[in-house]
Write a protein of this length. Structure first.
Length: 279
């Protein structure tokens, strides 16, 4: 099995590592017996040059038929990519993460800088903290944020910060700029962000506190995770500004408003409630 090479999203060929697949399936909360069965089935299907995308599709299909909510958790990376195509739902999603952490947030606002005006994705305030967050959404997981992104965002933040510092009551405030992406950062982007003092958050960065861990920990799964909703239904809810399973769970009438039959509503609500459960 070690001789099998797989092709990653960025086109790189690497040896197949069954341990990675086991870890991602276990993280979904699937029963160990189910994980064992899926691994066995996948290993019997593998061939040299298979894409990691194909392996994911096979594993997801198998998981979905055995444990629906685990399948929803397993598809988290893909669910974040479905917060598009405009990327605005991803901005809303990041705003909701800050909301949940007790911040007063505004999404998609025009902010006056010292030199020029800036359109800012998320402004978040709590106590003496005042954050300017830019969101970089990619529909392709092979696309990373390179160093140009934090360089550009840091220069915009410095212009905004200069203006904020002139405002009354801001002398004691802690101003911070940040970048959130649904994919990953290149190593030089991380290096620059750390040096410049930017908050850098991606799918798996910072280690142990990236989007995947925070979403699981806070129970903030995007509604695109739900396998019980159709693509059209997800789009309709996203168009209404709804981005979280939690929002559906707290307001079940949203499902009725878009014409989902009561019988299906029950399954959708059951899954969304389980996804909102924090551990």
């Amino acid at each position: 099995m070690n001789s099998i090479e797989v092709i990653k999203a960025n086109g790189e060929k690497v040896p197949f590592q069954v341990e990675k697949l086991i870890r991602s399936l276990k993280r979904s909360g699937a029963d160990s017996k189910i994980v064992e069965q899926i691994i066995q089935d996948i290993e019997n299907t593998l061939y040299d040059g298979i894409s990691t995308k194909k392996i994911y599709q096979l594993a997801f299909k198998m998981l979905k038929s055995r444990a629906r909510v685990s399948a929803s958790k397993y598809k988290l990376k893909k669910a974040l990519m479905e917060l598009g195509p405009s990327g605005y739902p991803f901005e809303k999603f990041v705003g909701k993460v800050f909301d949940h952490e007790g911040f007063d947030t505004k999404v998609g606002v025009i902010v006056q800088g010292n030199c020029v005006q800036h359109e800012v994705d998320v402004i978040a305030q709590k106590d003496n903290k005042h954050y300017m967050i830019e969101c970089k959404y990619h529909s392709d997981q092979g696309r990373f944020c390179n160093v140009k992104i934090p360089l550009y965002i840091h220069s915009r933040f410095l212009d905004v910060e200069k203006q904020w510092q002139k405002q009354q009551g801001h002398e004691t405030k802690f101003h911070h700029g940040g970048v959130y992406t649904n994919t990953r950062f290149t190593s030089d982007a991380i290096q620059y962000g750390a040096c410049a003092g930017l908050m850098m958050t991606s799918w798996d960065y910072p280690k142990g506190n990236g989007l995947k861990e925070r979403i699981d920990r806070l129970g903030l799964h995007p509604l695109t995770s739900l396998t019980t909703l159709t693509k059209a239904e997800k789009s309709e809810l996203l168009d209404e500004g709804i981005v979280l399973c939690k929002e559906i769970n707290e307001n079940p009438s949203l499902l009725e408003q878009i014409g989902i039959p009561k019988q299906r509503q029950k399954n959708i609500l059951k899954d969304s409630e389980e996804l909102c459960t924090t551990h």
